[in-house]
Design a protein around this ligand. Structure first.
Ligand code: HEM
Length: 464
């Protein structure tokens, strides 16, 4: 792979787009799947497989070979020292060879911010992950202005303050139901019983997705975002295609059902209704790859992120009992604790860009077409921005300045919703439980993109 990767990617996608816009989405997924299978049978597949081996200490690796794309870096806890070394010694760092090809790493807070705020030079197209996606769906997180702005504008009303206010009591009821159903006499998996469950309920509400089928949403999200080629994950290719095919079928049906309901005069304030009401994207169903891409974005965007912040908050407060006591003594700290959790956890480790032109940046020369990775996980631990950055301090004065939601045109659309979810969760936890003890080590997701937990065994102690 060479440095023109990004440029070739874009040219290939433009050509594919023209052909693909006329073929129904399920057929495209099926065709891509068959092609992929055939390639694998013929031994022509580029499929990556990662097997875990101990990662050497940062100090023992030559600087030019430090690889922060290793999908086990977070799981093995090596990320602190790897990123610290990059921030100190090579804040704009080029890795010439990795399983995902060559890429630049931007690791200091201010540099990341500058890249994120400059979409004219650093493009989010054709995708925001380091590796390759098995199928080239189009989503507005991976589009530049002006196309990005039109599509974002059409759906952002669903998370506008007024709508969030209306959703708050429903979300609270659902959080209460989940917490009230937890066992108090034995340990259980917090990720499965709480974080995943609450997130699935929230997403089903946003999308007006059949509530009884809500568990499909996190299942699809995990399967789609976790292939080895894309992020170093464990989803196998067949599972990926099956999941994206099911998602496409399900949301086509939902789209048509909602369109029929609209014709009968029913109204709604969910994402699909908003799309159907927008002049700009009401025909999205006829643009199959965008239809699929944007729905995938809304499901994946809201899923891992919120889920892992919920689990992260429990772990952080378990590891820092003094902070839990501070919170119990002063629950008005919950909103700041939520920001500190999102900083400390950084549920998405990075966003990737591609340089649109040759550019001098941070003393380095970045060529047109080079991949540039903004490591939010590092920026959030930058000593130049946050005092004692690895500590979890619920009243940290600048916790809200974290970079987990990004900056600029792509700044997370669901940030207020995510914060509200976490705030409600902790208001309800404090009303019920004295403490939540994490038993043993959580298991971590294998990924260089999602920084999160597969499972976390806990025991809750009800309030006396
Ligand atoms: C964009 C993180 C929750 C929907 C993003 C970006 C990040 C991010 C890093 C890209 C920012 C950039 O490129 O500058 C997070 C985190 C969350 C969270 C850490 C929770 C703690 C949510 C939720 C939703 C959501 C609940 C559901 C609506 C989106 C969308 C975009 C986005 C649609 C694309 C925005 C655009 O391109 O204009 N998020 N997110 N996110 N997020 Fe979130």
């Amino acid at each position: 792979m060479n440095t023109t990767d990004g440029v070739l990617d874009r040219a290939k996608m433009t050509a594919q787009r023209k052909v693909q816009s006329t073929i129904p989405v399920q057929q495209q997924v099926r065709a891509a799947h068959l092609m992929d299978r055939a390639k694998r049978r013929l031994g022509m597949s580029e499929q990556l497989v990662f097997s875990e081996t101990p990662i050497p200490d940062a100090a023992d690796v030559p600087l030019t070979e430090l690889d922060v794309s290793n999908p086990f870096l977070f799981r093995q806890g090596k990320w602190h020292s790897y990123f610290r070394r990059l921030r100190d010694e090579a804040p704009v760092h080029y890795l010439a060879d990795s399983p995902f090809g060559p890429f630049w790493s931007i690791t200091r807070y201010e540099d990341i911010r500058a890249v994120d705020l400059d979409p004219d030079v650093f493009s989010a197209e054709p995708r925001i992950i380091l590796g390759h996606a098995p199928i080239n769906v189009e989503m507005f997180i991976a589009m530049d202005p002006p196309k990005h702005d039109v599509q974002r504008k059409a759906v952002q009303g669903v998370v506008a303050p007024r709508n969030l206010k209306e959703m708050e009591s429903l979300i609270r009821e659902r959080v209460q139901e989940v917490l009230d159903g937890l066992p108090t006499d034995r340990p259980f998996d917090w990720v499965e019983r709480v974080s995943k469950e609450i997130t699935a309920r929230m997403l089903a509400t946003l999308l007006d997705f059949p509530y009884e089928e809500r568990h499909k949403l996190p299942y699809w999200s995990d399967a789609i975002s976790g292939t080895a080629e894309a992020t170093g994950g464990t989803t196998d290719q067949d599972l990926f295609y099956t999941a994206i095919g099911d998602l496409a079928r399900s949301f086509m049906a939902l789209w048509h059902d909602k369109a029929a309901r609209r014709e009968r005069g029913e109204t709604g304030f969910d994402l699909i209704t908003l799309m159907q009401s927008s002049e700009d994207i009401k025909d999205l169903i006829h643009r199959p790859l965008e239809f699929l891409g944007n729905l995938t974005l809304l499901i994946v965007g809201g899923n891992d992120t919120t889920r892992n912040s919920m689990s992260g908050s429990v772990l952080a407060l378990h590891q820092n009992p003094d902070q839990l006591e501070k919170l119990k003594a002063n629950p008005s700290l919950i909103p700041n604790m939520v920001s500190e959790t999102i900083r400390w956890q950084t549920p998405l480790a990075y966003m990737r860009r591609v340089a649109k032109q040759d550019v001098h940046f941070g003393g380095q020369f970045i060529r047109k077409g080079d991949k540039v990775v903004m490591w939010y996980a590092s920026g959030n631990r930058d000593e130049r921005q946050f005092e004692d950055p690895d500590a979890f301090v619920i009243d940290r004065p600048n916790a809200r300045n974290h970079m987990s939601f990004g900056f600029g045109v792509h700044r997370c659309m669901g940030n207020r919703l995510a914060e509200m979810q976490l705030r409600i969760l902790w208001e309800e936890i404090l009303a019920r439980f004295d403490r939540i003890e994490v038993i043993g080590e959580p298991t971590y997701v294998q990924s260089n993109f999602v920084k999160g937990y597969e499972s976390m065994t806990v025991q809750v102690t009800p309030k006396a």
